[in-house]
Design a protein around this ligand. Structure first.
Ligand SMILES: [Zn+2]
Length: 427
């Protein structure tokens, strides 16, 4: 009985609140428009009715959020997330809270573990307030001990345990890679991850559903700028997505000074301990690289990176222009504050010349398209789940406005950012 009571109590914390957001501007993202002065009724965690601001529906007991001067858009999806490991000074609980506070309502976990499956299930049952998670089974990079049968068995186990997808980390030779691709196909579990042989084209042929990091994309372009359009077409035909994770590499290109790094979105939230650890990690890498390259540090490192980014920016723009399924994540790493780093990645997409609409789309709508069975998130429309962000300024005007989060709506329940971050908490 006591158990039942606490279960009910927990459930009521996660859902069970009907909400109306009044006089708000909606950025639906499924189309490139802004709907001004609207009332959004949310019933049992679902966007029930969207009506003009002058219309009041006779719905009883709806908590009102004043949306005047504010912007409502779908929650963000971090598509290359790394949950903190045991050595990370940011705890799992903090990590999930930071994400919600930054407006992230979906996480694709690229370093999946069995414990995350239980976490995912309790989130799905609304027993825990946290973003939706998709958990990867990280395939062992141990080519020499693998056989066709062993690979099939590992993938079978991953399927039985209900992992959402398989992440290819690296380390396999062609024969085993083919077995892996075949097993994923047979057990109907998506294969994603690092490009096989660093080759975009080979990975597409192996039926990867997404390719992580920008390098294989850049390499494919540089190998054959003329053939690149055909490759993009092939990827579109096969619904292959790309998640470039630029922010991590941009940090390690040493093109930003310390002041810029410490000004990354969300840095004001992290403890001195974390800040110091990140600075230490960063400076050790910087000093090591400088010592190795000596006077060639600028010419052989910094300018090489600068050039890489310049070329990749034109590639990224082409991917967006050709309507490729672009995903968005900053990856983990120093100065990437969980959730808040999404804004840093967005700024890099903006530098590449993508429109603010294309950037928002890659962080919301495209993720829902990617998860083929998720017809319920990624846009603000009647019938969709109410996983939303309320912003104080319009990110279509300036992408930096994504940083101005007033609150996050998860399964129809409103959490102010202050509450999520424990600033003047009401609980
Ligand atoms: Zn990663």
């Amino acid at each position: 009985m006591k158990y039942l009571f606490s279960l009910l109590f927990l459930t009521s914390l996660c859902v069970g609140q009907n909400l109306v957001i009044t006089n708000v501007s909606i950025i639906p993202v499924n189309t490139n428009t802004v709907l001004t002065n609207m009332n959004v009724y949310i019933t049992n965690g679902v966007i029930d009715k969207i009506v003009s601001g002058g219309t009041k529906l006779p719905f009883k007991d709806y908590k009102t959020i004043d949306g005047k001067g504010k912007f409502l858009m779908p929650g963000l999806a971090d598509m290359h997330a790394h949950f903190p490991d045991k050595l990370n000074p940011i705890s799992l609980q903090q990590y999930l809270k930071y994400n919600l506070a930054a407006g992230v309502t979906t996480l694709r976990s690229m370093r999946g573990e069995e414990s995350q499956l239980a976490l995912r299930d309790s989130i799905n049952k609304k027993l825990k307030v946290a973003p939706d998670i998709y958990v990867s089974y990280v395939f062992p990079d141990a080519d020499s001990i693998l056989t066709k049968d062993k690979i099939a068995d590992l993938i079978f186990q991953a399927k039985i345990k209900k992992y959402d997808f398989v992440k290819y980390l690296g380390g396999l030779k062609t024969k085993n890679m083919n077995h892996l691709s075949q097993s994923c196909y047979e057990y109907k579990i998506p294969l994603a991850g690092h490009a096989f042989n660093k080759s975009l084209e080979e990975s597409v042929d192996l039926d990867f559903v997404s390719i992580e990091h920008y390098q294989p994309v850049l390499a494919a372009y540089e190998k054959s700028p003329d053939g690149f359009s055909a490759l993009i077409k092939k990827m579109k035909d096969k619904n292959v997505a790309v998640c470039p994770t630029l922010s991590f590499y941009y940090t390690y290109s040493f093109l930003q000074d310390e002041t810029q790094l410490l000004a990354h979105n969300g840095m004001s939230l992290v403890s001195t301990q974390v800040k110091d650890q990140w600075l230490k990690e960063y400076n050790e890498a910087l000093i090591g690289t400088k010592e190795q390259l000596k006077e060639e540090f600028d010419t052989k490192y910094k300018s090489v990176y600068q050039k890489k980014f310049d070329v990749f920016n034109t590639v990224l723009k082409q991917l967006a222009d050709e309507n490729m399924l672009l995903l968005l994540s900053a990856d983990e790493g120093p100065f990437n504050v969980p959730g808040f780093s999404m804004a840093e990645e967005m700024k890099l997409y903006s530098k590449a010349g993508l429109s603010n609409y294309e950037i928002l789309k890659s962080a919301t709508y495209n993720a829902a398209v990617f998860f083929a069975n998720d017809k319920n998130t990624g846009s603000v429309q009647e019938g969709k789940r109410a996983n939303l962000i309320l912003l104080n300024a319009n990110p279509l005007d300036a992408i930096e406005n994504i940083q101005k989060v007033e609150g996050t709506i998860l399964n129809g329940k409103y959490y102010s950012q202050k509450e999520l971050l424990g600033i003047s908490s009401t609980k």
